[in-house]
Design a protein around this ligand. Structure first.
Ligand SMILES: [Zn+2]
Length: 149
């Protein structure tokens, strides 16, 4: 997405959890604890993937996108489909997206990444505006000086 920025990737943490699991230091019960809310979000707003669940290896993972930010007001903390995000990104200045992968088979879930979206990330456009403003101010200054003469 064009306005995506400040991406934090959690794949290292995920691999660490899977290693702990393989080593028997944590049980599947500890990591396969998707809440009913998360599973509903996955069913209704989730993005299906073709990646197999690393735990049960019988279901494909679903990605859930949660959105947070002051501008979202009562929508903050809700799950949105991937298709809705670019629309929001053009409407709002800035909001945070948390991507969680969920397995609807065994309830495995883990934070995949987080990032910011929103119009504030449109650097190209804002640069253009700034240049225009600067040129406009300069022009106005010149006109003022000319008027004083
Ligand atoms: Zn699974």
């Amino acid at each position: 997405m064009r306005t995506q920025r400040q991406v934090v990737d959690y794949s290292l943490q995920k691999r660490a959890v899977l290693r702990e699991l393989l080593a028997g230091r944590v049980g599947t019960y500890d990591v396969c604890d998707a809440s009913p809310y998360l599973k509903n979000a996955a069913r209704f707003h989730g993005e299906p993937t073709d990646r197999r669940c690393p735990i049960c290896r019988s279901e494909n993972l679903t990605l859930v996108h949660y959105i947070y930010g002051d501008e979202l007001k009562q929508s903050a903390g809700q799950a949105r489909t991937l298709a809705e995000l670019p629309v929001l990104a053009m409407t709002l200045r800035e909001f945070q997206v948390f991507v969680v992968e969920v397995c609807l088979g065994c309830d495995w879930n883990h934070l995949v990444e987080q990032y910011l979206l929103g119009r504030d990330g449109l650097t190209g456009d804002s640069d253009g505006t700034n240049e225009q403003n600067a040129a406009g101010a300069e022009g106005a200054g010149r006109r003022r000086r000319e008027a004083q003469r």
